[in-house]
Design a protein around this ligand. Structure first.
Ligand code: PMP
Length: 428
């Protein structure tokens, strides 16, 4: 495959955009090669500016559960666009999307929309602090919750990829309120609670996707719930990635644990910029204008974004076998990858829940961030580059999660496994 036009586009972008990209992971730094500049998406496929076509296992990092150019979402967006792009005033579409989400979850009485996952989590943390009148928060090594200051401490995702888990520009005075614990290790959480009586909340990706794909143990989440209850802290599930993807009810459909607050993003915008956070009425009513906790947004609940979200969610809710089909595809893929890797003696750890899947070039199972960091990132880079040449686009870091979408069929998955067999052979 030739990447001449992408290379040119990248050079041009680098003159005027830092690193040539608007979000660091897109620069392909950890896998090498030129970042692909995209011309268009078509169902399961991405087409780059050189005209190369790839089966897309990134799907915009999660939002596109039906694949690109879903006709129902497209139609809803065009209809909304014709009525005006933004009003900065309420519309019925916001209530409709809120009703649709609230009706699915017993623990979500009210929800507020924002424009990104970062904003959703940042606002949920402020609300938890305002509600509990406490300042400290517990987060987990390798979990990523967006790039707001308090949360950019040992974040996963792009922050790990570049070996700089925290960032200059974040005052230590702010991060001293963020206590770090180990994922799937309840003892480390207990220690945090012993060290501080000022803990407002524990925030967790119940199915971590930002240190690679690492699901929580069910008992770990249950114990988090008990610790939060015992200490008067709120439990926040960050379901920006897993929401409506791991199952219809996200991680809450997979585990029994019930959090106090939930953050969403990605799928609920159907590809448009949307985030949201929700929970019980007594907590949510602390938000401005009814309550004292301030939170706002000019473009929050944007009518075009709400139309896309509604069209996406309605299709998900109506289609009772969607997640079963998606998980079957994801499992077919990872089992195939594992078998082909094994054939040539490459150890591969794999996992999938719903439409989320991941694989580590690692000798041992991955339960936390330390385990994830033992993965062979050079092997991952070689695999990524090889698969691109074969026409398959995976998340461009060992520490990211990939996704299947409903526009993929078994034939695509089997072709991908066949291509992977070839690439694995070239790697040894
Ligand atoms: N939380 C989680 C779990 C995420 O995966 C992400 C983004 N990948 C975010 C928060 C931040 O969302 P956004 O990029 O929309 O700000």
């Amino acid at each position: 495959m030739q990447y001449t036009k992408s290379m040119k586009a990248y050079e041009k972008a680098r003159n005027v955009i830092p690193g040539g990209v608007d979000s660091p992971v897109r620069a392909f730094k950890s896998v090498g090669g030129t970042p692909l500049f995209i011309k268009k998406g078509e169902g399961a496929y991405l087409v780059d500016v050189d005209g190369n076509r790839y089966v897309d296992f990134v799907q915009s990092w999660g939002p596109l559960i039906f694949g690109h150019t879903n006709k129902v979402i497209e139609k809803a967006v065009i209809k909304a666009v014709k009525k005006g792009l933004s009003f900065g005033a309420p519309t019925k579409a916001e209530t409709k999307l809120a009703e649709s989400i609230c009706s699915l979850f017993e623990n979500i009485d009210k929800i507020r929309f924002v424009s990104s996952g970062t904003e959703a989590v940042m606002s949920a943390i402020r609300l938890a602090r305002g509600f509990t009148c406490k300042d400290d928060i517990i987060k987990f090594e390798g979990c990523y919750h967006g790039h707001s200051d308090s949360l950019l401490v040992q974040a996963g995702s792009g922050a790990v990829t570049f070996g700089s888990p925290s960032s200059p520009g974040v005052p230590a005075d702010l991060t001293k309120h963020t206590l770090l614990a180990k994922y799937n290790d309840i003892k480390s959480v207990k220690k945090c609670f012993e060290n501080s009586s000022n803990i407002a909340c524990v925030i967790v990706e119940p199915i971590a996707g930002n240190m690679g794909f690492v699901p929580a143990d069910a008992s770990f989440l249950e114990e988090l719930r008990s610790l939060c209850d015992a200490h008067g802290a709120l439990l926040i599930f960050d379901e920006v990635m897993s929401g409506f993807r791991a199952s219809l009810k996200g991680a809450q459909g997979v585990y029994k644990t019930v959090p106090d607050l939930v953050t969403f993003g990605k799928v609920i915008g159907g590809g448009m910029p949307v985030g949201a956070f929700g929970g019980r009425e007594e907590i949510m009513d602390k938000l401005s204008p009814d309550g004292p906790v301030y939170q706002a947004g000019t473009l929050s609940g944007n009518p075009v974004a709400m139309a896309a979200g509604l069209a996406s969610l309605e299709q998900i809710i109506e289609d009772e076998t969607l997640h079963v089909r998606l998980e079957a595809k994801a499992k077919r893929l990872i089992e195939g990858l594992k078998a082909e890797a094994q054939n040539v003696g490459i150890p591969l750890q794999v996992g999938a829940i719903g439409s989320m899947f991941g694989f580590f070039f690692n000798d041992n199972p991955v339960k936390n961030f330390d385990d994830a960091l033992k993965s062979d990132t050079k092997r991952f880079a070689a695999f990524h580059q090889g698969m691109l040449q074969e026409g398959f686009y995976f998340a461009c870091s060992q520490f990211e999660t990939s996704f299947v979408c409903d526009a993929m069929d078994d034939e695509m998955i089997d072709e991908c496994i066949e291509a992977a067999a070839k690439v694995f052979k070239e790697m040894v």
